[in-house]
Design a protein around this ligand. Structure first.
Ligand code: CMP
Length: 143
C-alpha cells in the first residue's frame, strides 16, 4: 500500500491546526500509521529540504522549519501521495484553492502550514528521515 509523509509545520502547530489536519485525512479514508511532535535540528531540516539547497529562500526555510515543533505523520492508502497533495493545495497559499489546507488557512510562503511528499520516492526518503521502520504501524482498519 502506498505511503506518504505529511508534516504540520511550526505555523500550523502554533495555530492549533493539528487536529483539523488529522481529521481531514481520517475522514478522507486514509490510515495513520505513525505520528509524532518533534522539533527539527538544523541537520535534519537540511536533509529534508536537500533538493532546495542553493535556492535563495533556503536559509529562511530552514530557520522557519526549525523555529518550533512540527507534527510528523505517515499516512497510508491508495494514491495517498497525489491525493494528499490535492488536499494540501498549491505551495503559495495565495494561489491555493479554498477547500485545501493552504487555501483555507495559509497566507504566504514559507508559512504554508503543511508539507506533503511530492512523489512515492520522496515519501520513502522523507519517511526514513523522520521515522525508524519499527515506528511504522502495520495494521488494517476495520471500518
Ligand atoms: P514545501 O511543500 O514544504 O516544500 C518546499 C518549501 O519551500 C515549500 O513548501 C515552501 O515552504 C518553501 N518555498 C518554496 N518556494 C519558496 C519561495 N519562493 N520562498 C520561500 N519559501 C519557498
Amino acid at each position: 500500500m502506498e505511503r506518504t509523509y505529511v508534516m504540520v509545520k511550526p505555523d500550523g502547530v502554533q495555530r492549533n491546526l493539528i487536529g483539523d489536519i488529522i481529521s481531514r485525512w481520517e475522514k478522507k479514508g486514509f490510515t495513520l500509521i505513525a505520528a509524532k511532535l518533534t522539533t527539527l535540528s538544523k541537520e535534519k531540516a537540511e536533509l529534508h529540504y536537500a533538493e532546495h539547497v542553493g535556492q535563495p529562500f533556503f536559509e529562511n526555510l530552514v530557520r522557519f522549519i526549525t523555529s518550533g515543533p512540527v507534527f510528523a505523520m505517515v499516512w497510508e492508502g491508495a494514491d495517498v501521495v497525489s491525493t494528499s497533495r490535492l488536499m494540501i493545495g498549491k505551495t503559495n497559499p495565495a494561489e491555493a484553492t479554498p477547500g485545501t489546507v493552504r487555501g483555507d488557512y495559509g497566507v504566504k510562503i514559507p508559512n504554508n502550514i503543511i508539507h506533503g511528499s511530492d512523489s512515492p520516492e520522496s515519501a520513502n526518503r522523507e519517511i526514513s528521515i523522520f521515522f525508524d521502520e519499527s515506528e511504522l504501524n502495520d495494521y488494517v482498519k476495520s471500518g
